[in-house]
Design a protein around this ligand. Sequence first.
Ligand code: NAD
Length: 341
Amino acid sequence: EITNQCVLITGGAGFIGSNFIPYFLENNPEVQVVNLDKLTYAGNLQNLEEIAQNKRYHFVEGDICNRALIEELFEKYQINSVIHFAAESHVDNSIERPDSFIKTNIEGTFVLLEVAKKFWMESPNVPKKSYENARFHHVSTDEVYGSLGSEGFFTEETAYAPNSPYSASKASSDFLVRSYFHTYGLNVVTSNCSNNYGPKQHDEKLIPTIIRKALDGEEIPIYGDGSNVRDWLYVLDHCKGIKLVFTSGKTGDTYAIGGNNEHNNLYIAQKICSLLDKLQPKNSGSYSEQISFVKDRLGHDYRYAIDAGKIEGELKWRADENFESGIEKTIAWYIRKYQTA
Ligand code: NAD
């Protein structure tokens, strides 16, 4: 349990952050959270309605690249930890328009590191004692490792080989975080997680797209021949992993998090369609008849898969959901969302 902490959470109105904050507040009754989010198209405060009135939760609309604002927040709330989720996160957008990825993911991370270093390590007016354990947790992705063939797994030791502007910008931010530990001794940890799925994900991502298009009677677009493999993790299992790394991870270390649930995109679409056939049967036929193959994504990585042995062994992390149980909960959530929309 964490006591006397005021944690700055960036990007908390996005998919993973908005699953993380309620879980984190509930499991740490003394912690205060300041959620700084720019509310881009990907941020949605409705995802945080359940905690909007919580006295330990404070929302600030703003940009992580705004150094004056970050300094003001560190001062005002006496921030003594950061969990950094904010990012431009959609690979397809990074292929079309990489600019905001460079700005937010690289420059924004740099600004946060600079302010944390200044406030926790260099400010003459700040009593050092209160910041002895001040920690910067950087939330990152397994996409920094590039693409696997049909064999093997990513581990914390895998060499970085990012292939998209998104993963290259995240790799750059990981390196900046690493450098602030090695150069300045800032207390950092990084987690690199595989693909998440679950409630509150933006409509543009694969699983919400499959469910929405299926229910709308539209074609369900699948890139290439649908054989690209991802290692799917239920979002709350990622949140539990982040909390463990944040509280107990070794300073300067990185932790790979993954669900050991490798599936290709065609399997995901077919699985969702067959569950929808049971939950929301069509008048005739199956939703799978709506699956349609579209031109492949440029530079599409073939396979990602994580060996999560380190976090499992060192921090006793385990995923609670397997893909079967997680996807059923997820579909039920989106059926409710799209039916009330
Ligand atoms: P998301 O796109 O759903 O949410 C990102 C949030 O950041 C949004 O609320 C957005 O408004 C905010 N934001 C964007 N630019 C900002 C800026 N300049 N200043 C302040 N806020 C800004 O993303 P997500 O899927 O929740 O991912 C969160 C983090 O986890 C990202 O760093 C991502 O790289 C990482 N990650 C995601 C996955 C995944 O499968 N979704 C897997 C591994 C790691």
